[in-house]
Design a binder for this molecule. Sequence first.
Ligand SMILES: *Cc1c(COP(=O)(O)O)cnc(C)c1O
Length: 224
Amino acid sequence: MTEQPAGIETNYSNIVKDLPQKVQLVAVSKTYDAVTIERVYNLGHRVFGENKVQELVQKYNELPKDIHWHLIGHLQTNKVKYIAEFIDTIQSVDSRKILKEIDKQAEKYNRKIKVLLQVKIAEEDTKYGLEPFEAKEIFSEYLNGNYPNIEINGLMGMATFTDNEAQVRNEFALLKKLFDELYAQKPLSILSMGMSNDYKLAIECGATSVRIGSAIFGSRNPEN
Ligand SMILES: *Cc1c(COP(=O)(O)O)cnc(C)c1O
């Protein structure tokens, strides 16, 4: 068992207290062990996010089965099969290829898998995501009856990691604009944007779901 950081319960309560009621909180538990995650679970929280398949599967096995797991990291096609049976939402759909594989695996397990299209809004090259035009194309395909075993519930994006608030605001606004465009064709429930350092701004810009890790669990090793 790793040493337990103090303050997780307080961090969590303070964040939840200030979140508008209609905004969903995905508690990003990557790198934290099951015992630590259970502290937030014990406060009544049920939605957790992980970015790596292997770690997610391990925690799924260790933790209560009423957790709604969200995958928020880049997913490789050969790994979809490991999570298809239990994943609640895959937030990180960044190609048609991965969407097709999710659709195929969902069919195999006789269920619908909820997804978000991850759109590239940040300046950095390192971040995965669809270009806005690709997200629109995929959404049209979906509205035309493609991908019958998936449910596109909205969009996800990550802003540039910068102190420049105007830039972050512009990036969030871009995603919100795209969200509204798609919404006009078919109502969507989730606009997932905002992390520990920028979630308040994201909410101002229209986020309906935020992904918060370090502000709850404490800082991680910088590689994660
Ligand atoms: C790690 C991660 C988060 C949470 O980051 P924090 O800064 O710890 O809140 C949110 N979204 C994605 C995609 C992540 O990988």
